[in-house]
Design a protein around this ligand. Sequence first.
Ligand code: NA7
Length: 539
Amino acid sequence: MEYGLREKTNVSVDVIIIGAGIAGLYLVQRLKKMGSTFRVFEAGKDLGGTWFWNRYPGARFDSESYSYGYSWSKELLDEWEWSEHFAGQPETLKYLNYVAEKFELREHITFNSRVTHCHYSEAENRWVVKTNNSEETFAQFVIFATGVLSEPYIPDFKGRDLYKGLSWHTSNWPHSPVDLCNKKVGIIGTGATGVQLITEISKNIGSLTVFQRTPNYCKPLRNSPIKPEEQAQIKSEYQNIFDRCNSTAGGFIHDFDSRSIFEVSRVERDDFFDKKWREKGFGFWLGNFSDIMTDMKANQVVAEFVREKIRARIKDRGVASLLTPTDHPFGSKRVPLESGYYESYNRKNVELVDLKKYPIQEFTNEGILTSQKEYEFDLIIFATGFDAVTGAMDKIDIRGVHNKSLKEKWQDGPRTFLGLTTAGFPNMFITGGPHNAASFCNVPRCLEYNVEWITDCILFLKENGYSKLDATADAESEWTKGVLEAAGDTLFTDAKSWFMGSNIPNKKRVFLNYISGIPTFQSECNKVASEKYRIFNLS
Ligand code: NA7
């Protein structure tokens, strides 16, 4: 049987892919080459995942553009030219569409199809997948390419439905342009998304009221167009760039300096900080001294440096104080990269409300009532983040062996082997799952690796006459323990953040990412593959 469009009418295929974002698209490319039969279900009306949904003004990479694209086609790398060092959302979505057209991926995707059920039938050793269109499909393998930050979170504010004006979450920004120039707008949330959005919309708006619970340590992005000579250099160095990314902790071109902050003189340290601060992107965070994320004293030195930078940019001292973080270590939450964020608060029509002092009591017909006063708005924007890493899977009724629900299995925190599989859910893979390097990564670098690992594994099973692969409870326990122990040695566990699941009420507070770095992760996964996947239960 051939792959392709014809399979859309088939109810039984080798593989079902859920999601047509960065991982989903590459899976299509790989499975096509392998000659597998497959279906792809995508909830959105078009492809692109994160870059399809997150089209709010100001949305852009915080990875260097040239480190973000797919690395698997030399032709693609030669053809595509990023216009800026950190591309905006429209360009990234254009890129993904370009890839889909070039490699003829789009026709394999069924859009507007949200998977609601995914049940494993032990008797038949196959998965039964249902969508919101009541379509039922069977497959030997199922791959969740559902994304790390794809399940929007809107807090359950009292009276939220009473509000009569416009409102939406940043990941549901309307597709047609929104004119805010005479509008009274309120925004809740000052994470990486809020920071990008506030900076952009405050330039041309009636008034903007920012409701902030916790300030962040933001670092200048320092974006600029890519000049023709830079373009040529990037193209000639692609292999080095990707090799470099795969050798670092987070898959970015930046990596921690091997020295401790306390190893160098004060002058040397300040020079180093200044140099890193002037760098583009995450260099100041992920390229800083080796101990800033493990030693609180080291972290405090960096944090104070950033606080000084923040204070210097805001005219009003009270506002500056509110925007200066003191309650969590620098970098323990994702560091927002900004391009004029702090200056937004020097505008007369931008107001900052401190929710720690004046919490939101309820929504009203006209707007928001805090413990201090009522605010009236034409539009309220929720920049309140995502039920990260596990949220998209939790929303699907996933059942494995003995009809066991994944949501129940993970209620005290996720348990996986390699962050790619979970015991009792045979032939099921996750591309950006919990305790996988992809959840703390320059995402495509890790997703590409995962897609290749998963498809190689499927090929191995087929070629060697195995029909079933399931992680053992022992392997899973060891992996989970190792991931959590490594995280426990860092300052990441000190913050309330999506890294810890603690941004969602009632979600178990447990580290969701993988912190031991790309080389360690890949070497563990490579070992499993080179040992012919024998650590799994194979039959
Ligand atoms: P984040 O980083 O989770 O930020 C969400 C923001 O929303 C943050 O400022 C939260 O404040 C705020 N929030 C959440 N719930 C509430 C309530 N109930 N009341 C007031 N404020 C609230 O999400 P983003 O979308 O900005 O970024 C997610 C990732 O996307 C980012 O890490 C990048 O990888 C790209 P809090 O800090 O919890 O006090």
